[in-house]
Design a protein around this ligand. Structure first.
Ligand code: PEP
Ligand code: MN
Length: 275
């Protein structure tokens, strides 16, 4: 496998994997980074409670979106700037850096005032104007693989960000659409190893959006770490039944607490660690 136009981000034989720093957190180093939090920022209480709990149990970064790319316009679309403020408040209260979605090039300066890492969602992975805007600023970008994105398309989207000036790209495998509808998407563990081999960029796994089901989050998270993922990102909600977005895949606090030591054991089995 060779991606001809991968130039700035190509990994040559013998090159070590790239490390990308976001505040106190390093992606691609010895430690596997655990990112957790609600799919969407809904209220101050919900975001703070989730941040406090996941921080206490071993998360190193807080997730939570203020801008949601939803298939239906008749569903919760996010709180916008108010949500960014609540995420920042929860991050500061817990000492966790944050990652949050940005959907348009115009929003990049605003989102960048509040968040430590930008997230480009699967539906925007080839929004080239957005990728260019993110290349024009220095904060790391977590770039999700598109719903039907090939490895080449995904890596070239990362290359777009680098070509515009920012090489700090973190890839995120979140499953791809296949004929299988029993899972929300089909998680592709093999692509983690291949993406790292070709680019050396850190790769995050998102078992929540890959499976769409809280029962499947743990086995897929463990598989991802075994396959070499540099980070795992999971949806956690204080009251999943009341979640305004992706309720079926949100872990309870209890689920999250049970997952962490297992992830740490698998990480250690492959020469890394979580805690
Ligand atoms: C998300 O991370 O909340 C999300 C919407 O995921 P994706 O873009 O992978 O569907
Ligand atoms: Mn979601």
């Amino acid at each position: 496998v060779d991606v001809k136009d991968l130039k700035l981000l190509a990994r040559k034989p013998g090159d070590p994997p790239r490390e990308i720093k976001a505040g106190p957190v390093t992606f691609g180093g010895e430690s596997v980074v655990l990112i957790a939090g609600p799919c969407a920022v809904e209220t101050r209480e919900q975001t703070l409670a989730a941040a406090r709990f996941v921080r206490e149990k071993g998360a190193r970064m807080l997730r939570g979106d203020a801008y949601k790319a939803r298939s239906s316009p008749h569903t919760f679309q996010g709180l916008g700037e108010e949500g960014l403020k609540l995420l920042q408040e929860a991050g500061r209260a817990t000492g966790l850096p944050s990652v949050t979605e940005v959907m348009t090039p115009e929003d990049v300066p605003l989102v960048g005032r509040y968040a430590d890492v930008f997230k480009v969602g699967a539906r925007n992975f080839q929004n080239f104007a957005l990728l260019r805007a993110l290349g024009g600023q220095p904060k790391p970008v977590l770039l999700k693989r598109g719903l039907a994105g090939t490895l080449e398309e995904w890596l070239l989207s990362a290359e777009h960000i680098a070509a515009a000036g920012n090489p700090n790209v973190i890839l995120c495998e979140r499953g791809i659409r296949t004929f299988e509808r029993a899972t929300r998407n089909t998680f592709d563990a093999s692509i983690i190893a291949l993406a790292k081999r070709l680019s050396g960029l850190p790769v995050v796994a998102d078992p929540s959006h890959a499976t769409g089901s809280k029962e499947l989050v743990e086995p897929v998270a463990l598989a991802a770490v075994a396959a070499g993922a540099d980070a795992v990102m999971v949806d956690v909600h204080p009251e999943p039944a009341k979640a305004l977005c992706d309720a079926a895949q949100a872990l309870t606090f209890q689920d999250f607490e049970a997952l962490v030591p297992k992830l740490d054991r698998v990480a250690r089995a492959v020469g890394r660690k979580l805690l």
